[in-house]
Design a protein around this ligand. Structure first.
Ligand SMILES: [Zn+2]
Length: 232
């Protein structure tokens, strides 16, 4: 039994040292990771994760177009390949495309070479579809590992998390969504919503709640910016 525990410890230790331990620092404290971009003006950075999604993304793009609001889409590489036309449309309509890995697997569950591949492939897909080199990356679930971090540094990507995470991976009412956003609304906040994955009805609920939410945020005097318009 003692030997078994020792062996288990020997296996777990490297895993902890390359995953949860550095993640604790990178996720919460490392100043190189963007969480909020403090600002004197009432600016909000609107971002969407986990798309593109053929049901929710077009509705979201319609709303953003109608209101003249720019956003940043952190897309999953394999979904981007399936719905290229949505990537194209988002780009043409003035939104910023950024990476959210290739297959949306958790950093802790990847072998080092897989973590590197997740970043590289995500970059390659976006480069092919947009003709531009993506500059921002948000890891799935906001979790880092050392190999993932190394890959991001190598690709000169800016790691972006958030300061408002309202949890719209479950379908929320528009009032509840606004209540959760309002609590954390501050100049320079980075808001993350989801246009894919999660509960099957969640992306569509977010898309339908978006007009209400954006008007409420505007009602507080906020203007919207893409992440590449933030102080770098
Ligand atoms: Zn995600």
């Amino acid at each position: 039994m003692a030997l078994f525990l020792k062996l288990l410890g020997l296996l777990l230790l490297p895993w902890i040292l390359q995953g949860p331990l550095p993640d604790g620092w990178l996720h919460f404290l490392d100043p190189r990771v963007w969480r909020r971009k403090p600002s004197r003006e009432k600016i909000l950075y609107l971002t969407f994760d986990d798309g593109p999604n053929p049901k929710a993304t077009p509705l979201i793009l319609d709303t953003l177009k109608e209101k003249g609001i720019p956003a940043t889409f952190f897309v999953v590489g394999e979904s981007a390949l399936k719905h290229r036309e949505l990537i194209q449309r988002a780009r043409e309509e003035g939104h910023l495309l950024a990476g959210h890995s290739f297959s949306h697997r958790h950093a802790y569950l990847l072998f080092p070479w897989e973590a590197v591949r997740e970043v590289k492939e995500s970059q390659k897909v976006l480069q092919t579809l947009t003709g531009e080199e993506p500059r921002y990356f948000r890891p799935p679930w906001g979790s880092f590992s050392l190999p993932l971090w190394w890959a991001l540094r190598r690709e000169r990507l800016i790691p972006v998390l958030w300061s408002i995470l309202p949890g719209d991976w479950k379908p929320l009412s528009k009032e509840e969504l606004w209540r959760r956003v309002r609590r954390l609304l501050k100049p320079g906040a980075i808001l993350v919503l989801h246009d894919g994955r999660g509960h099957p009805e969640a992306p569509l609920a977010t898309a339908r709640n978006l007009p209400y939410l954006l008007e409420k945020i505007r009602g507080e005097g906020y203007r919207f910016r893409r992440l590449d318009e933030a102080p770098q």
